[in-house]
Design a protein around this ligand. Structure first.
Ligand SMILES: [Zn+2]
Length: 235
């Protein structure tokens, strides 16, 4: 993946360019407003840029569209009463002074016990660490279930890596290394499973061909519902 940009009027459109074995140029505007361009292996960079310029009005419109969703997911401040998401449900942050640091879900609350101080930066660190640990545990649990289901196709990922990713929910390398975004832990289980199944299908069909989608439908008949939900939901 390489970083490129084009100028359009007084605006600059930056995009990530990825060469793939495909016939047409694909332009995707992600909810974080990043632009991902998938180009055929032989594509000429200048021609790609010309095409991006032609599509600039649409790209800018999409970016504005996603911008509208931002007020729904403001950056968290890590203060009492604020809502935080876990597996598709909202929990209110409750900060409690205690002898030992810990974070746990209790009823509708995400309780943070802090030993040292109640500074937001410290609370944030505790919460993010908790999210990451939970993400690893839960996503790994779902992955294990689906890996077993895919044994019938005689495929298995060479590695599963769960970590924060800024531009995508998941990916599968040609060597079968599956990367999953730890932020998925905030989404409903169905959304997480959709991403897992999607990437596992890539072990069999690397590209989004008809066969790929046939397999996806077979393993998850309502995948589109979950995909849609994931796209609208956490930006
Ligand atoms: Zn894919």
């Amino acid at each position: 993946m390489q970083k490129e940009k084009v100028e359009f009027g007084n605006q600059v459109i930056e995009f990530d360019l990825e060469y793939r074995s495909r016939k047409t140029l694909g332009i995707i505007v992600l909810p974080d407003q990043n632009v991902l361009v998938k180009a055929p292996l032989q594509a000429n960079l200048e021609k790609i840029k010309t095409r991006i310029k032609q599509r600039a009005p649409w790209i800018l419109k999409q970016q504005r569209f996603f911008l509208r969703y931002h007020p729904l997911t403001p950056p968290r401040q890590f203060i009492n009463g604020e809502t935080h998401l876990y597996l598709g449900r909202q929990y209110r942050l409750k900060i409690i002074s205690a002898e030992q640091n810990s974070v746990k879900l209790k009823g509708g609350f995400l309780e943070v016990y802090s030993a040292y101080h109640l500074e937001t930066a410290f609370i944030k660190k505790l919460v993010l660490k908790w999210y990451f640990i939970r993400a690893k545990a839960k996503i790994e649990e779902y992955v294990a279930y689906w890996i077993e289901k895919f044994e019938k196709y005689q495929v298995k990922p060479s590695a599963i890596i769960i970590r924060p990713l800024t531009k995508r929910w998941g990916s599968c390398s040609p060597k079968g290394r599956i990367l999953l975004n730890s932020e998925l832990i905030k989404a409903p289980k169905g959304c997480i499973e959709y991403v897992i199944i999607h990437e596992l299908c890539h072990l069999i069909y690397p590209n989004h061909t008809q066969k790929f989608f046939e397999l996806l439908i077979k393993e998850m008949p309502d995948w589109e519902r979950w995909k849609h939900r994931l796209e609208q939901w956490i930006a």
